[in-house]
Structure formats: structure tokens, C-alpha cells
Design a binder for this molecule. Structure first.
Ligand code: ADP
Ligand code: ADP
Ligand code: MG
Length: 495
């Protein structure tokens, strides 16, 4: 059955709220923003056709107030709610309450959110669907000595994971049996405190892996396609900072195999909408299912760039009850896309999140550059929300060109008032391991030190005055060819 959607409330803030509203407007759909007192002048509020203040800054008093959001939607004649990512997006009860109020939830069925929201039930659900799983315990482990025996069978190093974990939290690597008991006790208490659910399990710690995930789309009628992969191995704290599509290491055969596995995962939970199936990829080509994220993902733009599909438009059409308008065979990869997450974090201080007012904020432009953000100059990156300022995305016919374009776009970006991860991203773009494609999830650990970002001039000083003078003279001699090159803040890693 097809439903009409004429007005959407976006239950989110920042770049993703704006992202969703842009597509809604292109589809002729009216938009409603909700906002906290801290976000009064935010771009997502200015963009929307209607906006409602929902409470004070803390998310618990604003963006997480599900019942209030449903009440507002009903009173404004909203047909559908888009939850974005984070906040209520993976809250099955919220999805259920939305539908009970006669409003469309733009996302999967509550049942699928529930199954995939828990790593153990997710693994159990896909077991009979020919999806490779990381070798590990069958289910929750409770008894430490029993768990240790299982860990021996799996083989060290192992990972103890919180079943309810997310956002890179609730994971512990255990290298030898002696530390197992204490690590497991800590994992259980951390999981209890952070997620209100102490269930943990043990799985093999895959060495030097890559994180490769597959975008899927499923309609109401069981048609499922995949939109290829995203490579998300550049991480800090088990969280992504740079993503790209396609991945340099996937052969067409591996791509097809991972795509088929992802489609199976979606079928295993009777999925509907846009979702992401995450895999851990072992050197040599073996891959294992990690988890499924039942929402639009932060890094979805790189998939849009290489497939030409608007994922939010697809989500809305699926929510309307439309049949998928294309088949797997009709999808193909064009070009290459890279996304840099611009966080208000100090890469030199172990990526510590920062806050402050954006004194200067000028985004890059030009061919093949896309900036998804939700702040303007003069606005504040506050303690209340995620410290992501923007997503800088480039697109080009080849990977080398997408990297060159990213370097150019980063050099054009002007942000002052807060530390950002832009310098770090520039360092990655210049690094041989990234450029050659030979990297894994330990890139930051293996190659990045605070010294990596020391301005070139300072490192020259360290060489001593005489050397400095002679180098400056050399530089001068070659300056005709580099008229406009600004001093770089990162040190080249080459040589
Ligand atoms: P991705 O979309 O690539 O998985 P993240 O892992 O950074 O990106 O998560 C997206 C958003 O969801 C972020 O705002 C993050 O803080 C939030 N998030 C993810 N999982 C959880 C969780 N279990 N609890 C709270 N927030 C979460
Ligand atoms: P989250 O719900 O926090 O996103 P994931 O299971 O998706 O948790 O794992 C997040 C990251 O942790 C992965 O991208 C990867 O870098 C690392 N990781 C997770 N499981 C393993 C494993 N078994 N072996 C090695 N690394 C892992
Ligand atoms: Mg994950």
C-alpha cells in the first residue's frame, strides 16, 4: 500500500537534520525542525518550514524526548518522522510509539531495530543465513573461568565485547590469559554502567583488519539491494574519522560476496529501509559480520557520490511504501569518493574533544567538493552534542584525484576558534600508507604521533640556525614555482 507524505519532522539536529530536509524539499515535502534552546539559530532551524523548541540544551531534555516529539508531530499534521542518526534513531520503542500514533517512522520495523541493536541477538539472527561470523562464544559469557576456557579455544588475542555496545565503546582487547579475568570483570561493569546491560561475549581479535561495510536498501516487499562498500579503517577509539568508497582492496568477486552476505543479513531480520552491514576484513580476504546499523550512517555521502543515488530519497520512498525503483544489476560504481569527518578535537592531545565559538568559518567549494555541516561562523561547538563540525566529501573519477581534491579542499577550509581534525586529515592524505592503500584499523596507532603535526618551520628551527639559513636560501631559489603555497602545518612523512 502506498502512503502520502507531505510533511516530515526531523527528530535530530546539525548536519544530518539539514541533510534530510534538503531532500525533503526537493521532493516537495514540507519540513518541521525541532531544536533545543542552544540551537535556536542553527541552520537546520532556519531551513525548515516550521520549527518547534523542545527544551533546554541537554539531549535528555530535548532531542531524546520521544513522546514530546510524537505529540508535536501529531499536532502539526506531520505524516512521517525521520530520526537521522544517533539520538532516537535506534530506539525500537520510539519507532513503535511513532507508528502507534499513526505516523510513519522513516526507518526499519521496530523488530529489526531490536534484533540488530544487540550484537548477540544480531549474530543469532544471521546464523542460518550463510553469513560468516567472527569466531567467538555462542552467546553471553557469565562465568569467568568458563569464559577463559572458551578464550583459549578461540586463541589469544581475543576481544571482550558488550552486546549492547556502540560508538566504539564497550570493547576490550585481551592479549594474554593472565589479564583475562580482570578485563572481563571490567568489561561487565562498564557495560552495566554505560548501556544498562552487562551482557558480554568473547570473539577472536582479528589482527591488522580493515573495517569494510556494505550499504543496503530494502523495500516493504522484501526486495533488497546493496550499494557496494565503504572503507572505514581510518579510526580513532574504534570510531571512524575518514571513509571512502570504493575500497582499494576489494576485487569484484569479494565485493559481490560481501554484498550478498549483507543482503542476507538484511533478509535475516526482515529489514526495511536503508541500513549498513559492518564487516571486519582480514588480510587475505576473509571477512566476518560485525554488526548492522539500522539507520542512515554518518558516512553515507560517499555511497551517494559513487552510485548517484540519494539515500534519503530512497528512505522516504520506501517509507511511502514504494517498490525499489532499481535492481542490483542497474547499480554500478562511478568514480571515487572520500569523506573526512571534521571534528572539534585536538589530534595532538589524543583527539580530545574541544568546545568553542567558530570565530572564522569558511567552507571550501569547487568541482567535486561537498560539505555537509550544520553550523555557521559565530556559532558554538558546545559540550552538549557530538563534536563533529562538518563532513568534507570529495568526488573524482579516480582515487588519486579524489585525494588531490581532498588536499586542496582541506587547504581551503578556514576554521578558527576550535581545534579541528583537518590537519590530521591532511596528514593522512599525504601519508604513503593511505595513498598506497596499504593500511588497516591501526593506522593512527602505527603512524600518527603528535609530532606528525608539528609545523614545518618549527622542525626546521630544531635543526639549528645554520641549517635553517641554508634551507631558507634554497627555498628562496625555488620560490618562483611555488608562489601561492602556504606553509604547511603538517610534516611530510616521506623519507
Ligand atoms: P556511524 O554512523 O559511522 O556508525 P558513529 O559510530 O560515530 O557513526 O555513530 C553515529 C552517531 O550515533 C554518533 O552521533 C554516535 O555518537 C551515535 N551512537 C552510535 N552508537 C551509539 C550508542 N550505542 N549509544 C549512543 N550513541 C551512539
Ligand atoms: P560499535 O558498535 O562500537 O561500532 P563494532 O563491532 O562495529 O562496534 O566495532 C567497532 C570497531 O572496533 C571496528 O570497526 C574495528 O575497528 C574494531 N573491532 C571490532 N571487533 C573487532 C575484532 N573482532 N577484531 C578486531 N577489531 C575489531
Ligand atoms: Mg560499528
Amino acid at each position: 500500500m502506498e502512503h502520502t507524505i507531505t510533511k516530515i519532522l526531523v527528530a535530530n539536529r546539525g548536519e544530518i537534520a539539514l541533510r534530510v530536509m534538503r531532500t525533503a524539499r526537493e521532493m516537495g515535502i514540507k519540513t518541521v525542525a525541532i531544536y533545543s534552546e542552544a540551537d535556536r539559530r542553527a541552520p537546520h532551524v532556519m531551513f525548515a518550514d516550521q520549527a518547534v523548541c523542545i527544551g533546554p540544551a541537554p539531549s535528555a531534555n530535548s532531542y531524546l524526548k520521544g513522546d514530546e516529539i510524537i505529540r508535536i508531530s501529531a499536532s502539526l499534521g506531520v505524516d512521517a518522522i525521520h530520526p537521522g542518526y544517533g539520538f532516537l534513531s535506534e530506539n525500537a520503542d520510539f519507532a513503535r510509539n511513532v507508528e502507534a500514533a499513526g505516523i510513519i517512522f522513516i526507518g526499519p520495523r521496530p523488530h529489526a531495530i531490536e534484533i540488530m541493536g544487540d550484537k548477540l541477538s544480531a549474530k543469532a539472527a544471521v546464523e542460518n543465513f550463510d553469513v560468516p561470523l567472527v569466531p567467538g562464544t555462542e552467546g553471553e559469557v557469565k562465568d569467568v573461568s568458563e569464559a577463559l576456557l572458551l578464550a583459549h579455544d578461540i586463541g589469544f588475542p581475543v576481544m571482550i565485547k558488550a552486546s549492547a555496545g556502540g560508538g566504539g565503546k564497550g570493547m576490550r582487547i585481551v592479549h594474554n590469559p593472565e589479564e583475562f579475568a580482570s578485563q572481563m570483570q571490567r568489561a561487565v561493569s562498564e557495560a552495566t554502567n554505560s548501556f544498562g546491560n552487562g551482557a558480554v561475549f568473547v570473539e577472536k581479535y582479528i589482527q591488522n583488519p580493515r573495517h569494510i561495510e556494505i550499504q543496503v536498501l530494502a523495500d516493504e516487499y522484501g526486495n533488497v539491494v546493496h550499494l557496494f562498500e565503504r572503507e572505514c579503517s581510518i579510526q580513532r577509539r574504534h570510531q571512524k574519522v575518514i571513509e571512502e568508497a570504493p575500497s582499494v582492496i576489494l576485487t569484484p568477486e569479494l565485493r559481490a560476496a560481501m554484498g550478498a552476505a549483507a543482503v542476507s543479513v538484511a533478509k535475516a531480520c526482515n529489514y526495511r529501509g536503508a541500513g549498513t552491514v559492518e564487516f571486519i576484513f582480514e588480510p587475505g580476504g576473509k571477512f566476518y559480520f560485525l554488526e548492522m546499523n539500522t539507520r542512515l550512517q554518518v558516512e553515507h555521502p560517499v555511497t551517494e557520490q559513487i552510485t548517484g543515488k540519494d539515500l534519503v530519497k530512497e528512505q522516504i520512498n520506501i517509507a511511502k511504501g514504494k517498490v525499489l525503483s532499481f535492481t542490483q544489476e542497474e547499480l554500478s560504481i562511478q568514480g571515487h569518493s572520500i569523506e573526512v569527518r571534521v571534528y572539534a578535537e585536538d589530534a595532538v592531545a589524543n583527539f580530545m574533544p574541544g568546545t568553542g565559538v567558530l570565530k572564522e568559518y569558511r567552507r571550501p567549494q569547487g568541482l567535486g567538493v561537498r560539505v555537509d555541516d550544520g553550523l555557521e561562523q559565530g556559532m558554538e561547538v558546545s559540550i552538549y552534542y557530538d563534536p563533529m563540525i562538518a563532513k568534507l566529501i570529495t568526488f573524482a573519477p579516480t582515487r588519486d584525484e579524489a585525494i588531490a581534491r581532498m588536499k586542496r579542499a582541506i587547504s581551503e577550509y578556514r576554521i578558527s576558534g576550535v581545534q579541528t581534525t583537518l590537519d590530521f586529515a591532511q596528514y593522512v592524505m599525504n601519508h604513503d600508507a593511505f595513498v598506497s592503500g596499504k593500511f588497516d584499523t591501526h593506522f593512527v596507532q602505527n603512524y600518527f604521533t603528535p609530532e606528525s603535526l608539528i609545523p614545518e618551520n618549527e622542525s626546521l628551527e630544531a635543526l639549528g640556525a645554520a641549517a635553517l639559513v641554508s634551507m631558507l636560501q634554497e627555498n628562496k631559489a625555488s620560490q618562483k614555482t611555488v608562489i601561492n603555497e602556504k606553509p604547511s602545518r603538517w610534516k611530510s612523512n616521506r623519507g
